[in-house]
Every structure is written in C-alpha cells, then in structure tokens.
Ligand binder design. Structure first.
Ligand SMILES: *[C@@H]1O[C@H](CO)[C@@H](O)[C@H](O)[C@H]1NC(C)=O
Ligand SMILES: *[C@@H]1O[C@H](CO)[C@@H](O)[C@H](O)[C@H]1NC(C)=O
Ligand SMILES: *[C@@H]1O[C@H](CO)[C@@H](O)[C@H](O)[C@H]1NC(C)=O
Ligand SMILES: *[C@@H]1O[C@H](CO)[C@@H](O)[C@H](O)[C@H]1NC(C)=O
Ligand SMILES: *[C@@H]1O[C@H](CO)[C@@H](O)[C@H](O)[C@H]1NC(C)=O
Ligand SMILES: *[C@@H]1O[C@H](CO)[C@@H](O)[C@H](O)[C@H]1NC(C)=O
Ligand SMILES: *[C@@H]1O[C@H](CO)[C@@H](O)[C@H](O)[C@H]1NC(C)=O
Ligand SMILES: *[C@@H]1O[C@H](CO)[C@@H](O)[C@H](O)[C@H]1NC(C)=O
Ligand SMILES: *[C@@H]1O[C@H](CO)[C@@H](O)[C@H](O)[C@H]1NC(C)=O
Ligand SMILES: *[C@@H]1O[C@H](CO)[C@@H](O)[C@H](O)[C@H]1NC(C)=O
Ligand SMILES: *[C@@H]1O[C@H](CO)[C@@H](O)[C@H](O)[C@H]1NC(C)=O
Ligand SMILES: *[C@@H]1O[C@H](CO)[C@@H](O)[C@H](O)[C@H]1NC(C)=O
Length: 854
C-alpha cells in the first residue's frame, strides 16, 4: 500500500547522507562540455519554474560548478547532481544529456510531490538507459520517481551498470518483486532504502552478503515469508526497518533469541512493527545492544513475558511492544534513564504496575492501556514523571487512588492527555478543592461524588463520561459536566447543591423530566440544561426562583406544557432561553416581573398568542426571538398611548425575530424608530403592503429578513443606506421593479430576491427593460421566474432538478434556511455574548482556579 506520508519520513535523513559520504564541494572551473551538457539537460527537462529553487537559477554566464545542485571535481567535471524536489514532470528526453554526464558519483532526482499525477517517470527512457553509462555512481536517489519496473528489470539495470553503488534510495518508485539475484553483485551497498514499493515477495537470502550494510529500510513493501535472520548479524548494521509487511515467524522465534547473542552491536534502531511475527523474545537477546535507541515490535503476535533486561538497555529511548500477546507480570528492574516512550498497551500483562515505572526519568508518553493490570494505582506517583505529556491507563482493572495534596491540576502542568478508563477514583479526592479534567478522554460512569467533601470547582466537560449522572459534590460552587454522554437524570441531583452558583449539564443525552430537586440550589446564577432530551414540563419552582438566577437555558430539549404564569415578583432573569422545545400556551403575563430581562428566546415552540405586548414594561429587553410559533394578529400597533410606550422601550431593542408566525397587516411605522436594531426578522408571516422606506433609518441593521410574506411594490432605494447589512432576504414576496445596485446591495446573491412578482436586475438574470409592463397574474409570475429558479436549483441541488418547480423551491428553502439562520445566529452571538452561555462564567471559574493555584 502506498502511504506518502511515511515516504516523507523516510526521505528526511537523506540530506545528512551527503555528509556521511564526504562529498565535498570542490568547485573547480567548469569544463565547457560539462556546462553544455547541463544546459542541454535543463532545456530538455519539464519542471515547474515557479517552485524550482535550483534549475531556475542556472546562469550560463557563471561557472557551472557554482550552480545550485551541481558539484564538480577539482578538474571541473560534474560529479554530483542534486535536483531533489525540483518538481520535474513527465519523462526524461530521449537524448537527455543526463545519460552522458559520465563522471557522476551522486545523482538525486527524488521528489516529494507524490500526489501530482504527472510526476517524473522513467518509462522510456527507463532506469536501465539512465544508468547505462553512469558507471561511477555511488549514490542514487530516485525516491518518488515512477520507475514502475519488475524485479528482474530494475535489479539487472543496477547490477550491470553501477557496480560501486553504496546508497540505493528508491522509496515509492512503484518497483515490484521478486528481487533478482543479480542485485547481490552490489557488494558495496551500505544504505538500502526501498520503502513503499509493492514487492510482494520474500527478502532473499543474499541480503546477508551485503557486508557493509548500515541501513536497511523495507517498510510497506508487502514483504512476506520469513526474514533472513542473519541480516541481524551484519556487523555494520545500525538501522533495520521492516515495519508494515507480512513477515512471518522466523524473525523472532527462539532461534533469534539464540542468535541475538551475536546480533550486530551497532544496531540503533529495529522496527519490526506491523508484521505477523509470532513466538517469544528470548531474555538474552537484548543484553548486548548498547546502542539500541528504538525498538518497535508493536502490532505482531508475539507472546510470553517481556524480559526485564529490555528495560535496562542503556540507550533505549523508545520501546513499543503494543498490540501483541505479551503476558505475565511486568518486571522492570533498572529502567533506562533515557526512555521517552513506553507503549505496552493492548497486551495481556497483569499484576500491579511496577513501581520502577515511576522511577523513569524522562517519559513523555506512557501507555499501559488495555492490559490486565490490577491492584491499587497511586495517581500521585505520576507527579514524579515530570516530563509526562500523555498518560493512558485506560481499560485495566486498576483502582486508581489519589492521596490528598492541593490540586491535581497544578501537580501535572505538562500532561495534555490523561486517559483513565474509569473515574471512580474521583470521589476519593477528599481535600481537593479544584479539579479540572475537561477536554480529556475520561470514560465510563461517574459514581457518587457526594463524599468529595471539599471540592469546590469541578470541570469534567468535554469528556466521554456516560451512564447516570452522579450525585454531585455538596461543596461545589462551579459544576460543569457539559459535553459528555450522560444519559439519565438521577432524582437526587441538586438536593445537596447548597452553594452552587453555576451548573451546566448541557450537551448530554439526559432524558426524563427535570428533577425538582435542582430548585434546592438556591444560589444558582446560571442553570444550563440545553441540548439534552429532557421532557415533561418545566418545574414550577423554576419560575419561582428568586433574584439570584440570571440565566436559565433549557433550549433544544423536548419540554412541553404551557409556560406557567408564575414568574416570581423578584425574578432576576437576564437571559431566558426556551428555544426549540414543544412549549405551548401563551406568553405568561408574569414574565413582566423579570424586569432585567435582556434576552428572551421563545423561538421554535408552539406558542399561540397575540403578540406579547405586555413585554413593553421590560425596558432592558434587547433580544426578542419568537421565531416559528403561532403568533397572530397584525403588528400594526393599535392604541396611541401604547404606541408611545412601545417606541420608548423598543428604541433600545437590538433584535426582533417574530418570523414564522401568523402575523398580517403592514409593517408598522414604529419600527423605523428602533434605531439600535441589529436584527429584524419578520419572515414567514402574512404581512402586506410595501416595504416601508423608513427601514432605511435603521442604520445599525445587520440582518433584515422580510421573506415569505405578501409584500408588494418596489424595494425602496432608501434601504441602500443600511451599510452594515450582511444578511438580506426579500425572497418569496410579490415585489416588483429593479433591485438597487449600490453599496451593500451589490453583494447579495440571488437567494435574497428569488420568487417575487417581477424583480429584475443583478443578481437575478431577468433584465429590467420590460419592467413597466402591466403586472402579470400570479400564475404568470410563477412561470416568469421559473427559469431563474431552475437555473439556481440546478446548481444548488443538482439532483432535485427533475422534481420540478413546485417541490424544488420548498426543498431548496429548507436547506438554505439552515445556512441562513446559522449566519443570523452568528451575528446575534457576536452582538449579545450572553446568548452563548457559560463563557463569562467559565472565565470567572478560571480566575478562581488560578487564584487557588497561586
Ligand atoms: C508559473 O507562474 C506563472 C505566473 O506566475 C504562470 O503563468 C505559470 O502557469 C506557472 N507555471 C506553472 C508550471 O505553474
Ligand atoms: C516560468 O515560466 C513562465 C512561462 O513559461 C513565465 O511566465 C514565468 O515568469 C516563469 N517563472 C519564473 C519564476 O521564472
Ligand atoms: C519540495 O517542494 C515543495 C513544492 O515546491 C515545497 O513546498 C517543499 O517545501 C519542498 N520540500 C523540500 C524538503 O525541499
Ligand atoms: C547571470 O549572471 C550575470 C553575471 O552575474 C548577470 O549579469 C545576469 O543578470 C544573470 N542572469 C540571470 C538570468 O540571472
Ligand atoms: C552509452 O555509451 C555507449 C558507448 O559509448 C553508447 O553507444 C550508448 O549510446 C550510450 N548510451 C546512452 C544512453 O547514452
Ligand atoms: C507509473 O507509471 C506507469 C507506467 O507508465 C503507469 O501505468 C502508472 O499509472 C504510473 N503510476 C503513477 C502513480 O503515476
Ligand atoms: C534475473 O533477471 C535476469 C534477466 O531478466 C533473468 O535472466 C534471471 O533469470 C533472473 N534471475 C532470477 C533468479 O530470477
Ligand atoms: C566495505 O567498507 C570498507 C570500509 O569502508 C571498504 O574498505 C570496503 O571496500 C567496502 N567493501 C565493499 C565491497 O565495498
Ligand atoms: C554469500 O557469499 C558467500 C561468499 O561469497 C557465498 O558463498 C554465498 O553463497 C552467498 N550467499 C548468498 C545467499 O548469496
Ligand atoms: C508472497 O506474496 C506473493 C504475492 O501475494 C505470493 O505469490 C507468494 O506466494 C507469497 N510468498 C510467500 C512465501 O508467502
Ligand atoms: C560500530 O560503530 C563504531 C562507532 O560508530 C565504529 O567505529 C565501528 O566500526 C562500528 N562497527 C562496525 C562493525 O561497523
Ligand atoms: C427617518 O429619518 C428621517 C430623517 O432623520 C425622519 O425625518 C423620519 O421621520 C424618520 N422616519 C421614521 C419612520 O422614523
């Protein structure tokens, strides 16, 4: 399988090879014939001159030995050509002068742009032709070049032409197998890098005869059969990467355990991960590998014990043994002080986690997850691992314990990911004041927290906690369990919350009715139950909660029943959000008691009422959302005295959304006086009359939606004064005439205007010439604008095209409106941050957290 990302990694060390092999830039004076060959080469190459960093700078009037990517011998012959990553496309020219640069010792045409379709290809001329007369080559880098040749071909090509080859780097070249024995002639090979080629064949025995081999990379090659284990004995060998193949037992059964005594002592890296290796690792094998830095045997089927000697390899930094069948107790004696990664996950290891694990000095990544480790585990021990950034102890049978100190969080400033399958240790945190494990991968149910006596701030939000909501800690002031998967409400919740001021359970799967016991939390300022599956009525006591409760958010649940007319006389609510439930009845009169209300969102319910004029007494109200209910009547406000009062309060209104109701009549003139209005949504009603020019007085307006009404006449040119307008929708009305083409109006798309009687001009495709014709009938309107709709639909909803003009607009509308409302909500949230609950309180909690840490 081709995995370009890995190929990238394989290529990274290439640059350093030049240093290893002592190619020095000698820069003699370029010989003329050599320069001409290079110019010929450049002329014939197809490359992206924009991303080129070498070829593009070759300048004929300069010594070619100084050109980027060119290396010369003292006598001016080109001996090195490095065009690595020069974005060379297609093939080489049939008479490319590359074939005649006879003195080349190093040739690098490797590329990192694998994803491009027209990458360099060696088809005709092929690899054989390229190297035919380049017999001096010692280092050949063609990684990423499409050579696409079978084993016999590429092996023969190399072995017959470049006998002195020391570096063979052909990763991801579409080479296939099997290896041809002629390759064994290349006795000087020191670095073999053939990752990501589909050989689908075994590694031949003759590899053991590459006696100068230091690096062998054959990852992702579909290698199968048994690996010639004597390769491990090549004395010069340092790096062996055979990962991600299908190699079978033979590489590591007992035989290799014996052989290990003779393993090359210079080995620094062994990666045999992702193979089919079986058997045990003999305890002797690792004794004599003083330089081993990286040992990865993960994702095989190895079994038996993990030998204690492994942990004492003096240079070991990375030990990966995950996803095998290692069993028994883990015994680490004198752990390496250098270890930075220890991954023993997904085995069958059992018994306690040895204390020596905590004596490791350096680990950043420690995973013991998905084993059978058991017994007590003292979380405090982790404090010794000062560099730890990732700890995974999940899926074991550990009983995690925590011995009281001050704050868990401040003890582990470095941990970014803490994963513990179960959190049932939390309740033992007797003296902890403040626990913030939010944005982790904590899983499983949370048990009774009522005995965590001093916990004041508990933030477990954004984890994977599930099951019943636990009894909450009685001392907690700030409790955030939002964004988890809790799935039912415990009846006892809240009864002990005698000091809590913030409780958020939003974004869970909580179902059933809201427990009245929450009302025992008499100091609550914020109660957020939004985005759950809660049903039944809103508990009576919610209405009666006194002046402390500022924010009540139950939006997007399944609450039903009427909104009770029992808001307390000292109601302190600033934000009441009931959006997206099944609440019926009328807007209760006692809502007037909430004199500080700033945001009232009752949208998307089943309220059936005349417009709630009693809200006029709430002078602080800034956002009123009644969208998608069944409000009726006209917004033609009726009595004189009322007008004046309404205008008074409405001048500080910043959003009105009474869309999707049954309102009729014209748009009242009073609205023109609401100078602070930012959002006005009257869509989906039955409003009649003209769009009043005075809407142009609402200079703060950012969103104006009058769509789906029965508005007639032209779009008043005064509206072009609304320079902040970013959302506009006049569609689905009976408007006529030209669309104003100035200022903001030039920026809206035809979504804003479609389905009117006879609107014309950009962005619609109807020209304005025939506009003065007598108004057509409704039917004609439909067919007149039909063409536009179809064009639009065919782009927006290609698949719906055949459904025709009647269904089309409906479906289109639904989908479009989702996008549209998102946009309006964005504006609202920007203008009224209180709509986005919790932010303020999170900050406050964060401040408290910090205070306690210092
Ligand atoms: C290089 O950039 C020029 C202009 O910047 C452009 O016209 C040309 O198509 C680009 N060439 C390639 C191969 O991208
Ligand atoms: C690349 O070549 C194109 C024409 O093929 C030219 O327009 C452009 O300027 C060249 N870009 C560079 C960076 O030389
Ligand atoms: C290779 O070329 C690409 C595109 O020209 C560039 O983004 C990338 O950084 C280059 N990589 C190296 C290692 O030079
Ligand atoms: C080539 O080098 C000469 C001498 O330094 C310089 O004058 C000229 O501008 C260069 N040409 C290009 C295309 O860079
Ligand atoms: C290699 O050299 C031989 C002899 O000089 C010549 O016949 C042949 O054409 C050369 N091959 C290439 C690809 O240039
Ligand atoms: C590589 O070249 C071969 C032969 O021309 C072609 O069939 C294949 O599609 C190429 N592969 C890629 C990834 O370009
Ligand atoms: C190696 O390749 C040559 C040339 O294609 C072929 O004659 C020979 O049989 C191959 N050897 C093996 C062992 O396949
Ligand atoms: C192997 O390496 C040694 C030391 O660099 C060198 O003397 C010897 O010639 C090399 N063997 C081959 C076959 O290249
Ligand atoms: C390795 O080389 C030795 C000595 O040159 C030779 O006898 C042996 O057959 C070779 N082994 C393989 C597998 O080619
Ligand atoms: C290796 O895989 C190839 C291709 O799938 C298959 O033909 C061959 O028999 C396999 N060899 C071994 C030893 O499994
Ligand atoms: C092992 O490495 C050391 C130090 O890099 C080197 O001197 C020695 O020659 C190497 N041994 C072999 C057999 O390559
Ligand atoms: C709109 O503003 C103009 C000028 O400020 C004013 O004369 C007019 O009465 C206003 N219209 C409404 C409906 O407020």
């Amino acid at each position: 399988m081709k995995i370009p990302f890995f190929s990238w990694l394989f290529l990274l060390p290439i640059c350093s090879l030049f240093v290893n092999f002592g190619i020095f830039v000698l820069s003699g004076q370029c010989l003329h014939d050599q320069r001409d060959l290079l110019i010929g080469l450049k002329t014939n190459l197809i490359f992206d001159n924009n991303s080129s960093t070498k070829l593009v700078h070759w300048n004929e009037s300069l010594n070619c030995c100084l050109w980027k990517g060119v290396t010369c011998s003292e006598d001016g012959r080109v001996i090195g050509l490095n065009l690595n990553n020069e974005s060379i496309y297609d093939g080489l020219h049939k008479s490319s002068s590359l074939f005649t640069l006879h003195w080349l010792v190093t040739l690098d045409l490797s590329t990192l742009s694998y994803l491009s379709d027209n990458m360099l290809k060696l088809e005709d001329p092929n690899l054989a032709k390229l190297v035919q007369n380049l017999s001096e080559i010692k280092e050949l880098y063609l990684d990423g070049v499409n050579i696409s040749a079978p084993g016999n071909e590429w092996c023969q090509a190399l072995s017959s032409s470049v006998p002195n080859l020391r570096v063979l780097s052909l990763s991801d070249c579409h080479l296939s197998g099997p290896f041809n024995s002629s390759l064994s002639k290349l006795q000087s090979l020191s670095i073999i890098r053939l990752d990501s080629n589909p050989f689908n064949a075994p590694v031949p025995e003759f590899f053991v005869n590459f006696t100068n081999l230091t690096s062998l990379h054959l990852g992702f090659c579909g290698l199968n059969g048994t690996f010639p284990e004597k390769v491990f004995q090549i004395l010069t060998l340092q790096t062996l990467d055979l990962s991600n193949n299908e190699l079978l037992q033979g590489a590591l059964p007992d035989s290799i355990g014996n052989l290990a005594m003779f393993m090359a002592k210079n080995l620094t890296e062994i990666n045999l991960s992702h193979n089919d290796l079986t058997g045990k690792i003999h305890s002797l094998i690792w004794k004599d590998l003083p330089k081993l830095v990286n040992l990865d045997l993960g994702y095989n089927s190895l079994g038996g014990n993990i030998p204690a000697s492994l942990s004492s390899l003096p240079s070991l930094q990375i030990l990966g043994l995950s996803n095998n069948q290692f069993s028994g107790r883990l015994e680490f004696n004198v752990p390496s002080t250098l270890l930075i990664t220890l991954d023993l996950s997904s085995n069958n290891l059992e018994g306690p986690v040895p204390t020596s694990v905590f004596e490791l000095q350096g680990p950043k990544f420690l995973s013991l997850s998905s084993d059978n480790f058991s017994g007590p585990f003292q979380l405090n021990k982790i404090q010794q691992l000062r560099n730890l950034s990732n700890l995974d102890l999940s899926f074991n049978s550990l009983s995690v314990e925590y011995i009281e100190t001050n704050s868990l969080l401040s003890s582990f400033p470095q941990i970014t990911t803490l994963r513990l399958a179960s959190c049932n240790w939390i309740w033992k945190l007797n003296n902890l004041l403040n626990l913030n494990l939010s944005d982790n991968l904590l899983e499983g149910p949370l048990h009774n927290l009522s005995s965590t006596l001093s916990l004041s701030i508990l933030d477990l939000s954004s984890n994977l906690l599930q099951g019943q909501l636990p009894t909450l800690p009685p001392s907690a002031a700030y409790l955030d369990l939002s964004r988890n998967n809790f799935s039912s409400v415990m009846p006892g919740i809240g009864s002990p919350l005698s000091v809590a001021y913030f409780l958020s359970l939003s974004n869970n799967q909580l179902s059933g009715s809201i427990p009245v016991s929450i009302c025992g939390a008499i100091y609550l300022e914020v109660l957020d139950l939004s985005d759950n599956l809660l049903s039944g009525a809103i508990p009576q006591c919610f209405y009666e909660m006194g002046e402390t409760l500022w924010v009540l958010d139950v939006r997007r649940n399944k609450l039903s029943g009427n909104i009770s007319d029992s808001f307390s006389v000292n109601c302190g609510l600033r934000t009441l959000n009931l959006n997206g439930n099944q609440l019926g009845g009328v807007v209760p009169k006692s809502l007037e008691n909430c004199k500080n209300l700033e945001v009232l969102d009752m949208g998307n319910n089943q309220l059936k009422d005349a417009l709630p004029c009693n809200l006029k007494s709430i002078s602080s109200l800034r956002v009123l959302i009644l969208r998608s209910n069944q409000f009726y009547g006209s917004i033609d406000f009726t009595t004189k005295g009322f007008d004046i009062e309404l205008v008074k309060i409405l001048t500080i209104f910043t959003a009105i959304d009474i869309s999707n109701n049954n309102l009729d009549g014209p748009i009242p003139e009073e609205i023109g006086k609401l100078k602070s209005l930012v959002v006005l949504n009257l869509s989906h009603n039955a409003l009649t009359g003209h769009i009043p020019p005075f809407l142009g007085n609402l200079t703060q307006l950012e969103s104006l939606d009058l769509s789906s009404n029965k508005l007639t006449g032209e779009i008043p040119v005064q509206l072009t004064d609304l320079t902040f307008l970013s959302v506009l929708n006049f569609s689905f009305n009976l408007l006529v005439g030209p669309i104003p083409q100035v200022k903001q109006f030039g920026t809206f798309t035809n979504d804003s205007y479609i389905h009117n009687k006879e609107l014309c001009g950009f962005p619609l495709t109807t020209h304005c010439i025939s506009y003065e014709a007598p108004p057509p009938t409704f039917q004609e309107t439909h067919s007149n604008s039909g063409e536009i709709d179809l064009n639009f639909l065919s782009v927006e909803l290609g698949f719906i095209f055949g459904f025709g003009i009647v269904i089309g607009p409906l479906m289109f509308w639904k989908r479009w409106s989702r996008r549209y409302f998102k946009h309006v909500d964005d504006i609202l949230i920007r203008v009224f941050p209180q709509l986005n609950l919790g932010i303020k309180y999170r900050r406050r909690a964060a401040r408290i957290n910090q205070g306690q840490r210092h």
